[in-house]
Design a protein around this ligand. Structure first.
Ligand code: UDP
Ligand code: MG
Length: 335
């Protein structure tokens, strides 16, 4: 399953490499699912042309750009195999490593995730921020999320079905797969340089992705707000005791505008920060409450009729309606 966003420079080469990998496993049936995440270049035309000559290729095209994690989700929803492999379009993850993943899956593992050994052609900034992010995430999250992994991974059908039943909107797929459990195997591989084109993850998207990762897997930021409040309250209590003592027991007392300003600004800062953190969580609750579909598909190629039905109606939406129906029914009983 390959998410593609403006990948016209690489997509043909990627498909060629993936096909070559498939060809070494003649006894295994493959389907290749490309999700076009609202590309504005020739990616979709190239995919259409490829699909016309390869009936194993299935193409889903989004109505607009929904983002990498949603594209991956759509691919998982559309896949029909006993195992699903996620791989980036830019050939940073070598398709040949899929063979090793399949071998591990045949040994009985449900998830085989790629751990990045060497990483070629990444900026120092990206490497250090990624390292720091995964370590921070692990301290905050209740689920251990493997360090230095991406979405390059194989998942068995039970894991895929579990993911399909997870309705959340702000998706951090690698964390969700860690949460699922089952038998997981870490496969180390060397990450290559992007084959061509530029990264489709500018800093803004990267930050949103990191925020999603932390906020969907941890309530710790809310506790940090409580902690900051406690510290501020404790400090001001000390200040009050000090000011009172000076006033009662000595002839000089605390005066000054500076101390006042500092205290006010400090408290104001802590309060706004905490409000912001709470606001982030509330915004996510609001997004979930709207219950919009995760993505909209504009075009679908290569899916047979029966399959495409299951692809458009993932278990997720039924799970959501069921959950909605339950409280209403309970209310009726109580009434
Ligand atoms: N991608 C996507 N939608 C987006 C951004 C990226 O489907 O909005 C895809 C992209 O085509 C690629 C994968 O996600 O297959 C990873 O993106 P990229 O290689 O640009 O990220 P980087 O490796 O630089 O973090
Ligand atoms: Mg990349």
């Amino acid at each position: 399953m390959i998410p593609c966003f403006n990948e016209q420079e690489v997509i043909e080469e990627t498909l060629a490499r993936v096909r070559a990998m498939c060809a070494t496993q003649p006894e295994t049936a493959f389907e290749i699912i490309c999700v076009d995440d609202g590309s504005r270049d020739a990616t979709l035309e190239l995919l259409r042309a490829e699909q016309a000559v390869d009936e194993r290729l299935r193409v889903l095209s989004f109505a607009r750009n929904f983002g990498h994690q949603i594209a991956v989700t759509a691919g998982i929803d559309a896949a029909s195999g006993d195992a699903v492999v996620l791989i980036d379009a830019d050939l940073q993850d070598p398709p040949e490593a899929i063979l090793a993943m399949i071998a591990k899956w045949r040994e009985g593992y449900d998830v085989v995730y790629g751990v990045r050994g060497r990483r070629e052609g990444e900026s120092r900034f990206k490497l250090t921020t990624a390292r720091a992010f995964y370590r921070l995430l692990n301290r905050l999250s209740e689920v251990p999320i493997p360090l230095d992994t991406g979405d390059f991974r194989l998942m068995s059908r039970p894991v895929v079905d579990a993911l399909k039943a997870m309705p959340e909107r702000h998706r951090f797929v690698r964390g969700m797969v860690a949460w699922v459990g089952f038998r997981q195997y870490a496969l180390t591989y060397d990450r290559a340089e992007r084959f061509a084109g530029v990264s489709k993850y500018p800093l803004r998207k990267m930050l949103r992705f990191a925020t999603d990762g932390i906020l969907s897997f941890s309530a710790r930021p809310l506790q940090v707000a409580t902690g900051l409040g406690l510290i501020a309250a404790g400090l001001s209590l000390l200040g009050i005791v000090y000011a009172l003592a000076m006033r009662i027991f000595t002839s000089s007392w605390v005066e000054g505008w500076t101390a006042l300003m500092i205290a006010v600004l400090f408290m104001g800062g802590v309060q706004l920060l905490s409000l912001g953190v709470i606001g982030e969580y509330i915004a996510r609750i609001y997004d979930e409450a709207k219950g919009r579909p995760l993505y909209l598909v504009r075009e679908r190629l290569g899916f047979s009729e029966g399959e495409s039905k299951t692809a458009t109606a993932p278990a997720r939406s039924t799970a959501v309606t069921e959950r909605r129906a339950a409280p209403a029914a309970a209310g009726a009983l109580r009434g």
